[in-house]
Design a binder for this molecule. Structure first.
Ligand code: ADP
Ligand code: MG
Length: 393
């Protein structure tokens, strides 16, 4: 995939408008986690270091549903952004309108203006071309660094790029650098570890990764549907009966393509699905009646670790068990630790998998922890992300 990146852009004496993902969690009017703001700083600082440039930054925050609801104002985000940047950030009172136009036209070289929440207008999510054109009229160059919303064709992520020279920021560049090889030509052996709750939400990514994987590991709640179709007993574990056929044909395809599949061969179970349920170790692939599979067992963990030892690249999406409950987090933790310790390109994506990696304090030992939940999943599914597509050569 050939991206146009800001390194190729002539930004000297230019007004730059940049889409970022400042959709951060707030608590009592303050930013609770500023990771996403920090993630955009390298691109922002690079742009501001070009002589004579000025910068207009825009983002969405929460779901104001196309109305100007000040509960979703960017103002508190702007305050934190200003602190992190160490430089004055002017905060606009709106996204469009006479007052914003004045803010924009009086913006001097070196200055930064943060627009209000782009989702205050329904035109944003409808990708209204007039709205996109209006945003484009503020600047000479467009930069997108909001990977987390790149799977949506919105006015600020896609529409605007039709009206301006447009480039990817460093964050998007890094995401593509790590994600694209996984579905194109990963270094082999390539191991895909897919878990999480449901076959239905993961079958497309499984099918996609099957084309490039040497081994596919299937864990978590979705593995019991696969075990059931193979004729094993799964007790009261999570199962999607309407996906038994899908699971079966996936396993047949893997066999035909000579892809090794690792499924759980032992389990940690519980009588009921709760945080304080007593963990019951089952040293067998079959789960007795009355028990729920909550986590993979130690034998399965060892299988996975052995296969990871030889791996040159690994992608992991979806926890191996109910990792939110301490009694059932061991499988996920062990796999995460193995991932952190091997000498391979390791990529982790997906909301819960990323929070598992953070919970175990391992993110610095992973080659790339993706910042996009839905966006990284759709990318790995082989789908075209409109916000990325428009930035390619
Ligand atoms: P991600 O956000 O990383 O893509 P998912 O959303 O697909 O992951 O899945 C995460 C959820 O799957 C977690 O909430 C976890 O508790 C649940 N899960 C994992 N294993 C099981 C299981 N054996 N039974 C029920 N739920 C499970
Ligand atoms: Mg999730």
């Amino acid at each position: 995939m050939n991206l146009r990146t800001i390194k190729e852009a002539d930004l000297k004496n230019k007004k730059v408008i940049m889409r970022v993902d400042f959709n951060v969690p707030l608590k009592n009017g303050e930013v609770k986690d500023d990771t996403r703001i920090r993630a955009a700083l390298p691109s922002i600082e690079y742009i501001l270091n070009q002589s004579g440039s000025s910068l207009i930054v825009m983002s969405h925050l929460g779901r104001p549903k196309g109305t100007k609801n000040l509960d979703y104002s960017m103002a508190p985000v702007g305050k934190r952004f200003e602190e992190l940047l160490g430089k004055k950030v002017k905060i606009a009172k709106d996204v469009i309108g006479a007052e914003v136009e004045k803010d924009v036209s009086s913006l001097k070289p070196g200055e930064v203006l943060l627009l209000e929440n782009v989702r205050f207008y329904p035109d944003e999510e409808e990708n209204n071309p007039d709205f996109a054109k209006k945003l484009a009229s503020y600047a000479d160059v467009y930069v997108n660094d909001a990977f987390g919303t790149a799977h949506r064709a919105h006015a600020s992520t896609e529409g605007i790029a039709h009206f301006l020279p447009s480039y990817a920021g460093f964050l998007i560049e890094k995401e593509i650098h790590f994600l694209a090889p996984l579905i194109e030509n990963p270094e082999k052996p390539f191991v895909s570890i897919i878990g999480g709750a449901k076959v239905s939400s993961k079958i497309t990514v499984l099918e996609s990764l099957l084309r490039t994987s040497s081994t596919v590991v299937i864990g978590g709640g979705m593995s019991y549907t696969f075990l059931k179709v193979l004729g094993y007993k799964i007790g009261n574990s999570l199962v999607e009966d309407e996906f038994l056929k899908t699971a079966e044909s996936f396993l047949e395809k893997a066999k035909k393509q000579n892809v090794n599949v690792i499924l759980p061969s032992d389990h940690v179970c519980a009588k009921n699905f709760s945080e304080d349920a007593e963990p019951v170790k089952i040293d067998d692939i079959n789960i007795p009646d009355g028990l729920i599979g909550m986590d993979i067992g130690p034998k399965t963990v060892n299988n996975i670790i052995n296969c990871l030892k030889a791996a040159k690249s690994v992608v992991w999406n979806g926890p191996m068990g109910v990792f939110e409950f301490d009694n059932f987090s061991k499988g996920t933790e062990s796999v995460a630790k193995a991932l952190a310790s091997i000498n391979a390109v390791t990529v982790v994506g997906g909301g819960d998998s990323v929070s598992a990696i953070n919970k175990f304090g391992l993110s610095s030992k992973i080659s790339h922890v993706s910042t996009g939940g839905g966006a990284s999943l759709e990318f790995l599914e082989g789908k075209t992300l409109p916000g990325i597509q428009i930035l390619t050569k």
